[in-house]
Design a protein around this ligand. Sequence first.
Ligand code: ATP
Ligand code: MG
Length: 564
Amino acid sequence: MRWTRSLIPTLRDDPADAEAISHKLMVRAGLVRQLAAGIYVYLPLGLRVLEKINAIIREEMNGIGGQEITMPVLHPAELWQQSGRWDVIGGEMFRLKDRNGRDMCLGMTHEEIIAWIAAREIRSYRDLPQIWYQIQTKERDEARPRSGVLRTREFLMKDSYTLDPDAAALEISYHAHKDAYRRIFDRCGVGYVVVESDPGMMGGSGSHEFMAPSAAGEDEVALCDACGYAANVELARGVPTEPAPSSAKPEEVATPGAHTIAEVSTQLKVDPAATIKTLVFIGPDGPVLALVRGDHALHERKLARALRAESRPAHPDEVKRHLGVSPGSIGPVGVRGARIVADLSLRRGRYVVGANRDGFHQTGVAPGQDFQCEWADLQVALAGEGCPNCGKPLRIERVIEVGNIFKLGTKYSVPLGAMYLDERGQQQPIVMGSYGIGPARIAASAVEQRHDADGIVWPWAIAPFHVHLVPVAVKDAGQMAAAEEIYRDLRQAGFEVLMDDREERAGVKFKDADLLGVPIRVTIGNALAKEGVVEIRQRSTRADRRVPKAEVVATVREIAKTIS
Ligand code: ATP
Ligand code: MG
């Protein structure tokens, strides 16, 4: 490709609203442009990257027997009503009516459509197993579209679905996907960890997420370097350090002006770990008190799992109405009319809690004795807590979720009637799995993980081009003739080449080359006339070699073998 005939609108400055490095660099390198909040245009170079990722995904999906299909973006509401998700999913789903007033929605994912197809086309155990996949646009009205292409409202997803006769067969399909995913991320040059995750709105019996470590991530995982334990913090449970023992009997003490855990523990001279934080939520059946240790944080996903429902923090006036007290002195003792759920770490010990009287706390309160409650894992795992498997300290890392895999079971096949006849002629529900990957997140994760102060450092396999060819002086007939020759030879040898044939200063061209991050740069400058050589530079190491023009192809080939 010749730069002068291409749309590569590089920018000197970061976009004003960008925080994530991948957001800044992908915009500056002219890969993408934002049309509206969370809606992006992919310009030619951005699309090249995406298509390379998609090609790798296709190869690996085909490799495990996946069959590519394509399903519509526009869905009739009925299928989502049958699965129950029409009512469960809130504002994230784009809903609309057709001209006849029929409810429709834009596909966020395609489990319902797959089950609809299976209900019609799969008859017997002989038709199973099946793996169907697509690389297709998804629409989600994300609450907080952000970080460039990492979280958008319209995005491409590779979603695949497995259909199996039973749980044992699903296990095989699931593991085939897990291995295929490892190969996809390995080949794309993205570093990742595989963690246990919470199946969430997908339902089902097991799931894993593929997480690319990056400061721009919105998720956190707990990792144990000693035994390999790895889980999303939504699920991870560290073994907390023991709080200082307290033998005090329950007693009400004045805590004037103390509202936060820090203020209360300072006033009473107790360790925050010897206090209880009481948080009030409003669930579908009314108020819920969620209790965690004073030095711990509540994880709202964990609370949702414990309650088997979503809830929201109560407003101060709701707290006042239900408990008769302002936030700051809330406690679980003597409370009626609210569900009380306490974190497992509170099973032992005595704690300071709010006394449900403004300006007072109670000391020496033993959960389970001085008040009744349900027990659940509610607490956010912390770095340094013990690994649940081996007790060694956990590490917490920020990550981007690039893919995930779910065992769905029969959650969609039963309501949508996706059945088959087994060997004995009995009707059985098809056992499903669902597997997603975000190509844009792979691209952005690669940028997050591989860049330097000057720009992107693309992995070979997903780089928009392999070679960035820079004739320094386009007006110099000798340089330009050599450039044309090298351009032709490299392309004939199978390399993808971008030739910067602009009449620009060398500095500008080099800056752009660094920004775009093509793995190998070939520069044709004065050294050609003087010494008969051109310069070949590796973007990642910046190592230079000067070789005769005739050796360019062989040298590029040699370097290419060493780059991943
Ligand atoms: P998240 O928790 O980040 O919202 P998700 O669990 O909703 O992700 P899935 O519904 O499982 O994601 O989608 C499968 C894959 O699609 C994700 O692993 C991710 O790579 C990609 N993806 C999901 N939402 C978005 C989005 N808003 N923008 C870009 N890619 C996305
Ligand atoms: Mg989501």
